[in-house]
Design a protein around this ligand. Structure first.
Ligand code: PEP
Ligand code: MG
Length: 943
């Protein structure tokens, strides 16, 4: 999160010219460990593109996207030049806000700064500031955002007196959480101010949470009563809203017959005879400085007064010729700009601006995809209830079947006042709530110990300790905010900044931030989180935060359903780890299901059925019984080999992300560990774990395996798996960049230590080492050489070295690799991603990323044929190996080993025992001859 603090400030700087000033800024960033020397060139190049002066004595030098490689860590430095520096565009600059950003974090700072640019005399104050805190305060104090939009309008109300209308307007503000009950109490009985033309005003500051203006109009107007404005907020904050009221009254237009849109246009100062247009913004990064500049330049070419407002914004219009105001709109891709113009060239101006915006304002733009279209209905309609006994299709997130009463987790209403008089007291309250939250999280971590939820919850604990967040909350409290408002403002700002990041993984952290933020807020409000029943239930929620899932009592919860989220969300991953059937992305209508209503969750087909009829219930119960029986039989025979009816044995091993789970895997009948994702050890430490630490970890696994083989994958980071202490340069396509073995080979010391630890821990026990993301034999040889070197020093008697088949090139060239490797293990998750060119975590496309696609199956066949020709074995360790429809195909393709999550081991073994190799071969042949994954699935279903 990029925020200004006093530590980032250098006061009293002097420079001979702007280049000198820029060089100093670059040096400051470098000294703070944020950038490499080369970043200065990037900053210069950026200035050559266009000046970074914002106005009012401030410039924000930063590098070009190409220079991001020189950014070591995101950061900011602020240099004050009391005497000023003349910038290359002629502006006089007193403060440089130098930004080192790995993505577009600087946009947030930019937005923030544009809000303070209007402060009268700001440049002088910046020049004269003698204290770093003072400087930061001058730049940080963003005014409260006023609200006056379609939500605050109450048109055509069934009321006949000004007082009644005033109450309606005030009640609307309360329902929007802009005011609290004190506000309502304060305006009751207070005389209204007559504004003329039949309009009235009621106003109060007490209980106002943010500056807001609403307007209530009666169904039948009369000359004495056309409408009542209700204004909430303190002095200065309301200037803009008072202006809007003035605009409206000055237009003198009759209110009768005006719809909400026209009323908002009048409030924004749009003349009734203005030429107007609406245009959708298509720029990927919104209306940031460069496109905004183009827009302003186009607007200035015409003899017309042009105003712009944002349909999705706070309703205020800004002049199209003011760069800072236009940037300050904060318009994002997909939002609608409403243009209006008056004057001689109004028509030409609107036409030219519309064209310029549609053409991208100097940037290449693409049309909105379906999913990006803003909903046609701006106001949320209450969701219609779902029909009984009708299946609802959604996204399958975790396999299994459940039938149980629903428990709909509705987020508690957290009511709190926005301001508080006693800052000290509020800070104490916040500290207490943070402590309580910390205690709760730590006890959840203890309960989840060894499980997948624990690391996520640990991240939450770290977030609670984030100094930036805390400081941001303190600032808001010191400005008069309550502990709740201050804390939430800090969380929300940080979460928005995360969401704006192009990096999907970092953006996902926003959900974690809000999750941990809500916990603290609930503690502050003294509200308990919703408590589920103590009988079995299906949990239904809008979305589930990781800590919600971790808190689940798995003895009672039978399944999960969420209105939002995708198959790759944290909650989906945790549901899989917990073995709970889950369906996600079911839409908000799912929240209309009544608490206690029966709900079917089919995590295999990705559907739910609310209130199933008696016939369906009976069928589901029979299926559940069959599944239970199957599970019980599978469990009983879990330690027996997985041998087909015609005597062909397949090894069924476990995928582990943590050596602590090895005893559990063995207990579930695993024939070994088929994939140890060793990243977990590296992720659990603040720096690369040393030899002794790694030896200890791997020994746990070997000890628990008691002679069964361990297939350890060497460190696989990069792409979707970042390591904090191994920062990678920003890449446009990280999945096609530095990850897996490519990355490891850049740090052979780390790879060597890991191999040494594995060999040392193994001794004479069976160890299989494999390298991730290998693209050809050359990479394999480079990695193999490291293993050979260490093997010469560390004796280990039963070692094989292989590669993962994750990149199509490796499958295509399997015959060139087979003579040199000991085995292959097919990582179908990545192999599918790279074969079908679908990001494995893509929200909308991941459902199509099906490993049963014939192209993927053909690559597996090539791999097996090449391996068997050289007497090598082949495993499959991606998710496909757990898929009941895929198992016969993989057996038919003659893979030798399947490695699946521990929980699935007994069932996968049972499934193999039900097959004959001959029949499985026929299924594989049929699948290979088809054209799409859907055709394959249909054919297998019919089999
Ligand atoms: C795979 O890609 O299939 C695999 C097993 O590796 P991971 O899911 O850890 O990338
Ligand atoms: Mg992989």
């Amino acid at each position: 999160m990029l925020t200004l603090t006093a530590n980032d400030v250098r006061l009293g700087a002097r420079a001979t010219d702007w280049q000198d000033a820029l060089t100093q800024a670059a040096q400051d960033l470098e000294q703070a460990g944020r950038t490499a020397t080369a970043y200065r060139d990037g900053m210069m190049a950026r200035e050559r593109q266009s000046s970074t002066v914002l106005g009012n004595g401030i410039a924000i030098p930063h590098g070009t996207p190409e220079s991001r490689e020189a950014v070591l860590a995101t950061g900011i430095r602020l240099l004050q030049f009391p005497d000023g520096v003349t910038w290359h565009d002629g502006a006089r600059v007193h403060v440089l806000v130098a930004i080192a950003a790995q993505s577009d974090e600087h946009l947030e700072i930019l937005r923030h700064l544009t809000r303070v640019l209007d402060k009268p005399g700001l440049a002088g104050k910046l020049a004269r500031a003698t204290d770093a805190e003072e400087l930061v305060a001058l730049l940080s104090k963003a005014p409260a955002v006023a609200k006056c939009d379609s939500e605050t309008l109450c048109l055509g109300v069934d009321a006949t007196t000004p007082n009644e209308l005033a109450l309606v307007a005030a009640a609307r503000l309360q329902s929007l959480h802009c005011v609290d009950t004190e506000f309502l109490a304060s305006i009751i009985g207070q005389p209204l101010v007559e504004l003329g033309q039949g309009f009235w005003l009621t106003h109060h500051t007490v209980g106002a949470r943010r500056p807001t203006l609403s307007l209530a109009t009666p169904k039948r107007t009369s000359p004495g009563l056309r409408g009542v404005f209700c204004l909430a907020g303190h002095g200065d904050e309301c200037h803009d809203l008072l202006d809007r009221m003035d605009h409206f009254l000055a237009s003198g237009e009759p209110i009768d017959g005006l719809n909400a849109e026209a009323v908002l246009a009048r409030l924004s100062g749009e003349a009734a005879d203005a030429v107007t247009a609406r245009v959708t913004l298509l720029n990927t990064h919104g209306l940031h400085a460069r496109p905004a500049k183009q827009l302003v330049q186009e607007a200035r070419r015409h003899n017309a007064a042009i105003r712009i407002r944002l349909q999705e914004g706070d309703g205020s219009a800004v002049s199209a010729t003011s760069l800072t105001r236009v940037i300050g709109l904060g318009a994002r891709r997909g939002q609608t700009l409403l243009l209006s113009a008056t004057g001689d060239e109004a028509r030409q101006a609107i036409h030219a601006l519309t064209r310029a915006i549609e053409d991208g304002l100097g940037e290449t733009v693409s049309p909105l995809r379906q999913a990006e279209q803003p909903s046609a209905e701006p106001q949320a309609q209450p969701a219609e209830p779902l029909a009984d006994d009708q299946p609802v299709k959604a996204v399958a997130a975790s396999p299994g079947l459940a039938l149980a009463p629903a428990f709909v987790m509705r987020q508690p209403v957290l009511d709190y006042s926005a301001s508080a008089a006693d800052g000290e007291h509020e800070i104490q309250r916040l500290n207490r709530a943070l402590d309580d939250s910390d205690g709760q999280l730590r006890s959840l971590i203890r309960q989840a110990e060894g499980g997948e939820a624990a690391p996520i919850l640990s991240v939450h604990v770290e977030m609670l300790q984030d100094e930036d967040l805390y400081q941001a909350a303190l600032e808001a409290i010191n400005e008069g905010g309550s502990a709740e408002a201050g804390w939430w403002q800090a969380i929300d700002t940080a979460a928005r900044a995360q969401e704006a990041l192009a990096d999907r993984l970092l953006a996902e952290r926003a959900a974690d931030l809000r999750d941990v933020g809500r916990r603290v807020l609930a503690n502050l409000c003294g509200v308990a989180m919703p408590t589920p029943p103590d009988t079995p239930y299906v949990l239904v929620a809008d979305d589930l935060g990781p800590s919600d899932v971790a808190r689940l009592d798995t003895t009672r919860v039978r399944g999960l359903v969420t209105a939002r989220g995708g198959a790759t969300s944290h909650s989906a991953i945790l549901a899989r780890a917990l073995g709970l059937p889950a369906v996600v992305g079911a839409g908000e209508r799912i929240l209309t299901v009544a608490d206690g209503a029966n709900l079917v969750v089919d995590g295999e087909r990705g559907c739910i059925v609310p209130n199933p009829g008696p016939e369906r219930c009976e069928k589901i119960r029979r299926r559940l019984q069959q599944l239970d029986d199957l599970q019980a039989q599978a469990h009983d025979r879990r330690h027996q080999p997985a041998t087909t009816r015609d005597g062909h044995t397949i090894e069924v091993c476990a995928n582990l992300g943590n050596t602590a789970h090895t005893p559990d895997a063995v207990d579930r009948g695993a024939d070994g560990v088929g994939l140890l994702r060793t990243e977990f050890i590296f992720m659990a430490h603040p720096e690369a774990p040393d030899l002794a630490t790694q030896v200890r970890e791997y020994r746990h696994a070997f000890d628990a395996l008691n002679g069964l083989p361990l297939v350890a994958r060497t460190l696989d980071v990069g792409g979707d798996k970042p390591l904090d202490y191994w920062p990678l340069p920003q890449e446009d396509n990280p999945f096609l960049g530095m990850r897996g073995i490519r990355l490891s080979l850049t740090r052979p010391d780390i790879l060597e230590t890991q191999v040494r630890a594995l060999l040392t821990a193994a001794g004479d026990r069976p160890l299989r080492i494999m390298f991730p993301m290998v693209k050809d034999v050359e990479e394999f040889r480079a990695a193999r050489a490291i293993v050979s070197r260490v093997q010469a020093e560390v004796a280990a008697s039963d070692v094989q070295v292989g590669v993962m088949i994750e990149v199509p090139s490796c499958a295509l060239l399997a015959s060139t690799l087979a003579p040199e490797v000991d085995f292959f293990s097919v990582g179908t998750n990545d192999l599918t991603q790279y074969t079908l060119a679908i990001d494995r975590g893509h929200g909308q496309l991941s459902a199509e990323s099906d490993g049963l696609h014939p192209s993927v199956l053909r690559l597996i066949r090539m791999t097996v044929e090449a391996a068997h020709a050289h007497d090598r074995w082949v495993g499959v360790c991606g998710e496909l190996a757990s898929d009941p429809q895929a198992i016969p195909v993989l057996v038919g393709l003659e893979v030798d080993e399947l490695s699946v999550t521990s929980r699935r081991v007994p069932l996968v073994k049972a499934c193999i025992r039900g097959l004959s190799l001959e029949n499985a071969r026929r299924q594989a042949e049929a699948a290979l001859s088809l054209a799409t994954a859907a055709e394959v699935r249909d054919a297998l279903e019919a089999w």
